[in-house]
Design a protein around this ligand. Structure first.
Ligand SMILES: C[C@@](CO)(OP(=O)(O)O)[C@H](O)COP(=O)(O)OP(=O)(O)OC[C@H]1O[C@@H](n2ccc(N)nc2=O)[C@H](O)[C@@H]1O
Ligand SMILES: Nc1ncnc2c1ncn2[C@@H]1O[C@H](COP(=O)(O)OP(=O)(O)O)[C@@H](O)[C@H]1O
Length: 299
């Protein structure tokens, strides 16, 4: 008789920090036949993160499937969400039985900002599921899975300071960037990465980042050398259209930033500061004009 028999319920849950990234250099070096561009860029993780809580439930009377929830009401929570797609891909490619997989995203990284927020969430879901299901996947296998979701996902899986080549997936670990404070400021418009890549084809790029010099500066732990070499060819597209990018850079430089740049396809602009006090003051002042202003640090 089943009466009184306890139903077995197992919930397994983990929370992963999905960190934002900034580009210290970004060069577009060519275009592949499939339309993707080859790049050479130095990427850096920062402490600003989304919190991604993944719960896998077995044996409960819940419908099977993936459920995504997010504190931002305007972000889609279906297949259009990269976190959803990451979970779907994980179960498809591992063959692990999908029962109930619930993902809660506490979003803090501004959206469509050049900070790889969506890619970071996807990477966090892959890491969380690999761990919860003890899937025994190597970093290479996870990165190959991540690349199917987006060019920035492999970097988000690894984090730290990295040189990224290919379309962003060929990663080489670099010495950690000297610790500094980072003021991030996103002006109030979104940028489509795809459109910026398309627009760059028509741009005559006369001055490219000194990637070799940046690598040497990182090798020496030379913060001033890093700041002197911050460079992003995508500013030629995004900053050319929107004067606020130049204005924010100027403001940061006038208020103690050791170096400034636009991150990725934009529009977020960042300032690097060796001095915490100056970074705090600059963030406070910028925050009065731009709500999406954050004080963070390199990790
Ligand atoms: C520009 C960068 C620099 O870090 O960052 P963001 O500005 O997005 O943060 C990245 O290359 C963005 O990578 P990610 O955002 O993952 O790109 P994906 O989702 O794979 O691609 C979005 C679209 O951008 C174009 N794309 C992307 C990457 C690449 N190397 N070449 C491209 O041409 C493609 O048209 C693609 O359809
Ligand atoms: N989990 C997610 N977080 C943020 N954006 C997401 C997510 N899933 C899908 N998107 C979509 O991806 C697009 C790019 O967002 P995001 O990754 O924040 O930009 P970027 O690559 O410029 O940093 C947005 O238009 C957004 O609607």
């Amino acid at each position: 008789m089943l009466f009184g028999k306890k139903q077995e319920i197992t919930n397994t849950e983990t929370t992963v920090y999905a960190r934002a990234k900034i580009n210290l250099t970004l060069d577009v070096t060519g275009k592949r036949e499939d339309g993707y561009h080859t790049v050479k860029m130095v990427m850096q993780s920062v402490a600003l993160h989304d919190e991604v809580r993944v719960t896998v439930t077995h044996g409960e009377k819940k419908p099977r499937g993936i459920v995504v929830r997010c504190n931002l009401p305007y972000l889609p929570v279906d297949e259009r969400n990269l976190a959803y797609r990451a979970a779907e891909l994980f179960y498809e490619s591992t063959g692990i039985l999908l029962e109930t997989c619930e993902i809660h995203i506490e979003k803090r990284i501004p959206v469509a900002a050049g900070l790889a927020g969506g890619s970071a969430d996807a990477a966090a879901v892959l890491r969380a599921l690999a761990s919860l299901h003890a899937a025994g996947l190597t970093d290479e296998e996870l990165c190959a899975m991540g690349l199917k979701l987006g060019a920035d996902v492999p970097f988000c899986l690894r984090g730290g300071t990295m040189l990224a080549e290919g379309i962003g997936e060929e990663l080489s670990a670099l010495p950690d960037m000297p610790h500094c404070w980072v003021v991030l400021c996103k002006p109030p418009f979104a940028v489509s990465t795809k459109e910026v890549y398309q627009a760059i084809d028509a741009v005559d790029i006369r001055q490219r980042p000194d990637t070799a010099g940046m690598l040497k500066a990182l090798d020496r732990g030379d913060f001033a050398g890093v700041c002197r070499r911050l460079s992003n060819v995508m500013e030629l597209v995004t900053a050319a259209k929107r004067r606020q990018i130049g204005e924010i850079k100027e403001f940061l430089a006038e208020n103690g930033a050791n170096g400034t740049l636009m991150s990725g396809s934009g529009p977020t602009v960042y300032g690097l500061f060796s001095d915490e006090g100056r970074a705090k003051t600059a963030a406070k002042m910028l925050g009065r004009r731009f709500a999406d202003t954050f004080l963070t640090e390199t990790v």
